[in-house]
Design a protein around this ligand. Structure first.
Ligand code: UDX
Length: 446
């Protein structure tokens, strides 16, 4: 099938590569010439396991092409994905200007029927706006060509996006058109094996499903972080509580890990956007507002422990930080807890020596060169001459470190763990003063 994807960002590129891999003919359109040139040379703009070889092999086989020529792009595809960004504007609502600009381009260039698929995460009602935009532009040009607008949200996890796209657990198709449904069933048939994963529904429900999924997961995390804070208040251990509640299959073990807050491109943005669009519609989404507020506070947690430990006397200290990305297996620093921590530390006059397996270039890009930031070549090098260690991201390489070396390298045997990687009793045996999120033993030590 001939497919066009507008927006070679994270979602667009993964979707395009995976569709090409099963044999569809894909053209990707982006406004950024540099990005297009790089992709043609095999340089992939994001770090995502498995994506580079997939893009390269499909480009070499001629199944995926990259261009800035939007008109050619529209001509090519029977189905046209909109996968451009929807950045939050000042009040947290999703900004639709890029989505609507693509809708306008499609309307201007289309000469035959098109199925327009909204892949970007967009507020409920966006498909109607895209439809209206296409109608308006067609009318102004004196055209009247039929088209469908479908909502088909993505459910990709960074670090596992290729697999999530190849082996989706559900494919949501929001449409009121039998023709569009048939075409999308054909498009996704290669991914719809073993059992039927396609769920067809009305457009608005599909749009809300995407937000509801992310908000539910973010709610689980904020709920657990609130429980971790209560565990500290009451002198309990949140890790025991986690095991105790996760064993109930209605609750489950997934997404109940307490920590220094959730980040990334989806949860913070989507929780905010749904809360804001609820407010605009005259409804106060109290749970969502609390989920956001709890997460905001949770990102301050590590700095609270640190400044509490030193009695607010931090000036001149050096912090070693392990893990900068918002989660492992990505270089993405968007809304990462490490940023909140580093910015607080700098404000308090603390130098940072950080190590991350993938996100150091991105950190450099965001913060530039500064005297109070050193990016170390290894996790061990980050410890040298530092006063204490903080873990912000649970990369595998941090899970079994040389605790003796940590102790020897630091001026104080002091470890702040934002991801609860270790047993407080073991840390005690190693002679490390250990702060973790909501853990009884580390509380008793304090
Ligand atoms: C998320 C959703 O999982 C995905 O389905 C959606 O399409 C996009 O948003 P992603 O942002 O890539 O994916 O990361 P995810 O693995 O979900 O983690 C999000 C954040 O939550 C991370 O900062 C992670 O550290 C944190 N988290 C996750 C917790 O703090 N505790 C948990 O139990 C799980």
């Amino acid at each position: 099938m001939k497919v066009t994807v507008f927006g070679i960002g994270y979602v667009g590129l993964v979707q395009a590569a995976v569709l090409a891999e099963v044999g569809h003919q894909v053209v990707c359109v982006d406004v950024d010439q540099n990005k297009v040139d790089n992709l043609e040379k095999g340089i992939i703009p994001i770090y995502e396991p498995g994506l580079t070889p997939l893009v390269k092999s499909n480009f070499e086989a001629g199944r995926v092409k990259f261009t800035t020529d939007a008109i050619k792009g529209v001509e090519h595809g029977d189905v046209v994905f909109i996968a451009v960004g929807t950045p939050p504007d000042e009040d947290g609502s999703a900004d639709l200007k890029y989505v609507l600009a693509v809708a306008k381009t499609i309307a201007e260039a289309m000469t035959k029927h098109k199925i327009v698929i909204n892949k970007s995460t967009v507020p409920v009602g966006t498909a109607d706006k895209v439809k209206a935009k296409i109608a308006e532009v067609q009318e102004s040009l004196g055209k009247s060509i039929s088209y469908d607008v479908v909502s088909n949200p993505e459910f990709l996890k960074e670090g596992a996006a290729v697999n999530d796209c190849m082996r989706p657990d559900r494919i949501i198709i929001g449409t009121n058109s039998d023709g569009a449904e048939k075409k999308l069933r054909e498009l996704y048939a290669p991914f719809n094996r073993n059992h039927d994963k396609i769920i067809v529904m009305d457009i608005r429900s599909a749009e809300l499903t995407k937000y509801a999924a992310n908000c539910m997961l973010a709610t689980k995390i904020s709920f657990m972080n609130e429980m971790a804070n209560l565990a500290e208040v009451f002198g309990a251990d949140i890790e025991n509580v986690r095991l105790g509640i996760g064993s109930d299959p209605r609750i489950g073990y997934q997404f109940i890990y307490p920590g220094c807050g959730y980040g990334g491109s989806c949860f913070p943005k989507d929780v905010q956007a749904l809360a804001r669009s609820a407010t605009e519609a005259g409804y106060t989404a109290k749970i969502l507002e609390s989920v956001e507020a709890v997460n905001y506070k949770q990102k301050e947690k590590l700095f609270e422990y640190i400044s509490g430990h030193f009695g607010n006397n931090l000036k001149g200290k050096t912090a070693a930080i392990w893990g900068l990305s918002f989660k492992p297996n990505t270089d993405d620093m968007r809304e990462a807890s490490s940023r909140v921590l580093m910015e607080h530390l700098w404000e308090a006059g603390v130098k940072v020596q950080a190590y991350d397996p993938e996100a150091m270039e991105e950190t450099q890009r965001i913060y530039g060169a500064r005297d109070d930031l050193t990016l170390a070549g290894t996790k061990e090098a980050a410890l040298k001459g530092a006063d204490f260690l903080v873990i912000c991201t649970e990369w595998q390489v941090f899970r079994a470190p040389d605790f003796e070396l940590i102790k020897q390298s630091l001026s104080e045997p002091l470890l702040f763990d934002g991801r609860n990687l270790f047993e407080p009793s073991l840390m005690q045996e190693y002679g490390l003063h250990y702060y973790a999120i909501g853990r009884g033993l580390s509380i008793k030590e304090r």
